[in-house]
Design a protein around this ligand. Structure first.
Ligand code: V55
Ligand code: FE
Length: 464
């Protein structure tokens, strides 16, 4: 039978699987690429190789497709390649899907029982000479940074003891150390977390094991100058539910938020949990500490933001409660008790990060898609208490931007944003280069891409 994808939102329109592997040398550029753009923009996202085993699927379950735009001398070359995960290789040989629902091995074809299910579809990070393609339910997969060929599962010279590895490691720009963790580290729905520090040469130099208060998806986290913070929000997981065929992650607003604070090189007995009201938070803009005051800037909502992880008690998805706000959680390590404070962020002049960039929804401009999509990118200039929005254009939306400094020694926030733009009405893609100094002006350069680029999740800029 010929391959046909389901006629559902996750597989049609702009989400129709693209599955294109190849290279295009010297993309057509309108405008002028600044000389500062010398390096590679890597991006990673789901692009299902096969129609799903179970008839439909969530977007987060697609096979990892990595692409790169290499900028040099005012020119750009493009390459895209699937990550050869164990799942990808087995399904390519079978010419069909063998793995079932997101994070649910009980739905798999019996022939792949016990195999690593990772899709390597969430983030791509350079470290110690390789590129790591990441999915938080499995070990990293190393890729060649030039060819994008898959090297294989990466276990840091046999030292990775966790079954899982976060898609959001943080690299300290001063030391090159990579801070990372795995949750569900001993198997799905377990509360076990393994925390690691990996040095700039790629060796694990610190390891701590602990349990989180309840089993949940811990997608992103925060590293400050002195501490790491593990945020537990109630995107819960329960093996009995999963075995019964319900989604592997479900929203449970009866649970509180817990923030686990650990000194960067602390041990399990140093870990302290702080507790606050139920919130959804998948991503964090930044975190820092001012002595014992630990600040966590969350992109937080009152209710569930991911309708494909439904409410555990069947409550309907509430789009109003799904609106996210930049929100600061502040923990005082010197105070008694286990609480923390919460403030909706207004611009304040005291932030260690003077600038922040995020995808945004400008309600005053037309949307090509629904209002939960991003028609703009925002620059928060905290010192000037100023937010500038750049609009993607009629019928367009933005994917996640990367920031490129104007020069190696440029001051914070001085540079460019490089952004894949979805031309939704034409089902086409291009890449725009915006100058942060005048973000709402026309792009300084627009790069035509002759293939449609399905929505990626995250990406990295790697200087030449
Ligand atoms: C996210 C994305 C994932 C995932 C868990 O917020 C969380 C994002 C693309 O896959 O598995
Ligand atoms: Fe993420």
């Amino acid at each position: 039978m010929a391959t046909t994808f389901p006629d559902t939102p996750a597989f049609t329109g702009f989400n129709e699987p693209c599955r294109f592997e190849g290279e295009v040398y010297d993309l057509v550029v309108t405008g002028t690429l600044p000389p500062a753009l010398a390096g590679t923009f890597y991006r990673c996202g789901p692009d299902p190789q096969w129609p799903p085993l179970l008839g439909d699927d969530v977007r987060f379950n697609g096979d990892g497709m990595v692409s790169m735009f290499r900028f040099a001398g005012g020119r750009v070359d493009f390459r895209s390649r699937y990550v050869r995960t164990e799942k990808f290789v087995l399904e390519r040989a079978a010419r069909r899907a063998l793995f079932g629902a997101y994070r649910n091995p009980f739905t798999d074809d019996p022939s792949v029982r016990g195999k690593i299910r990772g899709t390597a579809n969430t983030h791509i990070i350079p470290h110690a000479g390789t590129l790591l393609a990441l999915k938080e339910d499995s070990p990293p997969v190393a890729l060649d940074p030039d060819s994008l060929e898959t090297i294989g599962n990466w276990d840091f010279a046999g030292k990775l003891t966790s079954q899982t590895f976060t898609a959001h490691p943080k690299i300290d720009p001063a030391t090159g150390e990579m801070f990372c963790f795995g949750y569900a580290a001993t198997g799905i729905s377990t509360r076990d977390v393994a925390y690691y520090v990996i040095d700039a040469q790629g060796s694990i130099i610190h390891e701590v094991w602990f349990e989180m208060p309840y089993a949940a998806m811990m997608h992103d986290w925060v590293v400050t100058q002195d501490y790491v913070v593990f945020p537990v929000v109630p995107i819960t997981s329960d093996i009995e539910r999963t075995k019964a065929g319900r989604p592997a992650f479900m929203w449970d607003d009866r649970q509180d938020v817990f923030l686990g604070v650990l000194p960067r090189f602390g041990t399990a007995s140093d870990l302290r949990w702080f507790r606050g009201p139920c919130r959804f938070a998948a991503h964090f803009m930044n975190g820092w500490n001012d002595g014992p005051l630990v600040h966590v800037d969350a992109v937080a909502a009152e209710g569930n933001v991911f309708p494909f992880f439904p409410d555990v008690r069947g409550a309907a998805f509430d789009p109003q409660k799904a609106l996210t706000y930049l929100t600061r959680w502040t923990i005082d390590l010197a105070a008694d008790g286990d609480g923390y404070t919460e403030t909706r962020l207004s611009a304040t002049p005291t932030l260690p990060n003077a600038h922040g960039f995020m995808l945004s929804a400008d309600p005053d401009k037309p949307y090509a898609g629904n209002k939960l999509m991003f028609n703009s990118v925002a620059h928060h200039d905290y010192a000037r208490a100023k937010t500038t929005l750049a609009y993607a254009g009629d019928g367009c939306g933005f994917q996640e931007p990367v920031f490129v400094p104007r020069s190696p020694g440029a001051s914070e926030g001085d540079g460019y944003l490089v952004i894949v733009r979805n031309r939704l009405l034409e089902r086409a893609s291009d890449v725009v280069v915006l100058d942060v100094a005048d973000l709402s002006a026309d792009p300084v350069a627009t790069i035509a891409v002759p293939v449609r680029l399905r929505d990626a999740i995250h990406g990295s800029w790697v200087a030449a």
